[in-house]
Design a protein around this ligand. Sequence first.
Ligand code: Q46
Ligand code: ZN
Ligand code: ZN
Length: 313
Amino acid sequence: MKCRVCRGPAVIDLKRHNANFCSEHFVRFCHQQVEKAVGEYDMFSPTDRLLVAVSGGKDSLAIWHILHTLGYQVDGLYIGLGIEDYSDTSAVFAKDFADEHGLTLTIVDLVDEYGYDVPSGSKAARRAPCSACGMSKRHIFDRVAVEGGYDVLITGHNLDDEAAVLFGNVLHWQTDYLARQHPVLPARHGLPRKVKPLVRLDEREMAAYCVVSGIEYMLDECPMAAGNKHLRYKDALNSIEAASPGSKAAFFHKFLSQGAPFFQEAAQDLRDELAPCLTCGAPTPNEVCAFCRLVERAGGQPVQLTSGPSRQS
Ligand code: Q46
Ligand code: ZN
Ligand code: ZN
């Protein structure tokens, strides 16, 4: 197996690209795929201040590493979710990475700042853990990005993540979710743009990127992920991909180029319906946002977005 670029010994084969790479050229390939996604979807420019949401897992540490290596100004944000040992261990990976590379990491702890953790909050709000967790994370991403004056918030969702979400949305024809599924969510109501620069790279490639770049990351899966339907969708897509390499990327990227335009009107309608939450100021279709309702039911304390938008009356 020889590297497509230098003909030296290859360390990875990428069937959907019909290519093999050595370590050096695989790293270069990953950087190029990120630059391509950033340019294709006009995600950000070198002068933007970027904030990456870091979980301590392979994807978020890889995108932080890639963007830092490419010369972007990018800080990290880690949220302590209070999920058993998983949270304690993943925090160590995030902090060690930041220290090793001399990068700035903001840490927000759900219990310290809001008075609940994911297990207790999801029970109190009678929501699935991943629903309560996702909502909490989105709110804190917005808050820290606004308070820190960041232009763009970055998440480490990769091609497998996005294809699995698309698969679920198509299975149930959830047109409102399909309308929102895009690697760039525009800035709105004073909140930053949100982007996903890993949409051209998959899970295996991100794990390999970390290994060849010497990035230590949290290997364990979140214990609350068991039963998550997106894991089943990933398995289904992986079977199709094994039989027909390239199917997953085609499914997702052709949706963006050929399917998504059909949902644009619905996406605009959804954006028009939003107004700032009366409690925290985050955009919501209701008077009080779902996050503030969750915090209240969990017995915690909402935190106002300090320089966020004000409600038009
Ligand atoms: S951390 Fe949170 Fe994930 Fe764990 S509870 Fe679910 S959403 S699985 S990315
Ligand atoms: Zn090579
Ligand atoms: Zn709110």
